[in-house]
Design a protein around this ligand. Structure first.
Ligand code: ZN
Length: 128
């Protein structure tokens, strides 16, 4: 399941992609397929469904900030404050698209369970 979250695939069949384009396509990094291309699961279960993913992305951001701060404190014990600011803001910008996508992926995996029967049907359909 963790693997599937990171691959950003449909939680139900674990085969269809969640997102339309690559993460660093800045125009459309957050653009998702409306339905799973494989099992037809509707991704946005209700209007505003993915707003909840903002909580997940907030938690991820905090974890990233903490990791960078600790790493910097360990690697460069007498680093000036400006290094922290540059490191943390830089990372926030660089990782923003990834964080948004991973949080949406986590969010939908919380609400939609894997369905083995459907996954099998999708796999069989591909082989026909
Ligand atoms: Zn699917």
């Amino acid at each position: 399941m963790i693997n599937n979250i990171l691959k950003k695939q449909c939680p139900r069949c674990r085969q269809g992609k969640l997102f339309v384009s690559a993460p660093y396509n800045l125009k459309s990094f957050a653009k998702m397929h409306e339905r799973c291309p494989c099992c037809d699961l509707k991704y946005e279960q209700e209007p505003g469904f993915f707003y909840g993913a903002l909580y997940v992305s907030y938690a991820l951001q905090v974890a990233i900030f903490a990791t960078i701060s600790v790493a910097l404190a360990v690697l460069v014990p007498d680093a000036p404050l400006s290094w922290y600011l540059i490191g943390v803001t830089g990372a926030a910008f660089m990782l923003f698209p990834l964080v948004i996508r991973i949080s949406r992926s986590i969010w939908i995996h919380i609400f939609v369970k894997y369905d083995e029967a459907i996954a099998r049907k999708v796999t069989e359909g591909k082989n026909e």
